[in-house]
Write a protein that binds this ligand. Structure first.
Ligand SMILES: Nc1ncnc2c1ncn2[C@@H]1O[C@H](COP(=O)(O)OP(=O)(O)OP(=O)(O)O)[C@@H](O)[C@H]1O
Length: 251
């Protein structure tokens, strides 16, 4: 597929309203994300962060507004059609096949690829992630939490997405493993031009690798800005980063 036009955002949300059968959770959210950029979604419990990721993947009830990918309105497309266009989603929690080997899991991730492409795609993932190559023949369930998270990203990356949606990739990992996962995500954006939209509980770690931060409150965008600025915004530090607001912050 051709690369996105430089003046077009890869992903654009226009006044998106989406939710579940009981009603909308997102009440008109707009923002855009360019190729190779990382954006973190912040917000309290129930603000609609995971719902937003699912809505970009097409896994929610749509109530209004639009999702554009490379300038094309994809609002009516199903998740498989969005995956085929280049949108990959790694949901929260463990989602590999624990009893299958790492290589078999990669094969499962690449099931939408043409049969002739699968072997090369698996080899490319094993080359990209040496930790997976070392354990290619081991059952996924025997990998560490951090290794499983890398495997789950690789199971989606094998399809060659240009936008990766990550729901809490560092959840339940040790600080060292969290750092490894964040380094992997940063590398994807920097080296492969993949755009990443991420929900994270480790906000310091996530913001450190993000270009942009988008704050949701009760299904609405409360704030959007460069991650480095949002990270020191007194309101954000107070509400989400557990930091005390100092005179220097407020100045
Ligand atoms: N499958 C569902 N059906 C109906 N309502 C849901 C469903 N999943 C989530 N919700 C509701 O949508 C709202 C937003 O949930 P969501 O998971 O998007 O929030 P969040 O910002 O990701 O929160 P958290 O940080 O707690 O995961 C909540 O009120 C939740 O109860």
């Amino acid at each position: 597929m051709s690369p996105p036009l430089p003046d077009l955002p890869l992903l654009e949300l226009r006044d998106l309203r989406a939710g579940y059968a009981a009603g909308p959770i997102l009440h008109g959210v707009s923002f855009s994300l360019a190729a190779g950029r990382i954006a973190t979604l912040l917000g309290g419990n129930g603000a609609g962060k995971s719902t937003l990721l699912r809505a970009v993947y097409g896994a929610n009830r749509h109530y209004g507004g639009a999702v554009l990918f490379e300038g094309r309105d994809i609002t009516a497309l199903s998740p498989p059609r969005r995956l085929a266009l280049g949108i990959g989603f790694v949901p929260q929690g463990r989602c590999n096949f624990a009893a299958m080997t790492v290589a078999e899991n990669l094969l499962m991730g690449g099931y939408t690829l043409k049969r002739t492409e699968r072997e090369a795609a698996i080899a490319a993932m094993l080359e990209r992630f040496p930790v997976l190559a070392r354990k290619a023949g081991e059952a996924a369930g025997n990998l560490s939490g951090g290794e499983q998270q890398v495997l789950e990203m690789a199971m989606v990356l094998i399809t060659g997405p240009r936008l990766l949606l990550l729901d809490e990739p560092s959840l339940g990992l040790s600080p060292r493993m969290q750092a490894e996962v964040f380094a992997t995500v940063a590398g994807l954006a920097r080296e492969s031009g993949v755009a990443v939209l991420m929900v994270e509980q480790n906000l310091r770690g996530a913001l450190a690798i993000s270009d942009t931060a988008i704050v949701l409150e009760m299904g609405r965008k409360f704030l959007e800005g460069p991650a480095a600025e949002v990270a020191v915004d007194p309101r954000i530090r107070h509400a989400y980063l557990g930091g005390n607001v100092t005179a220097a912050d407020a100045a």
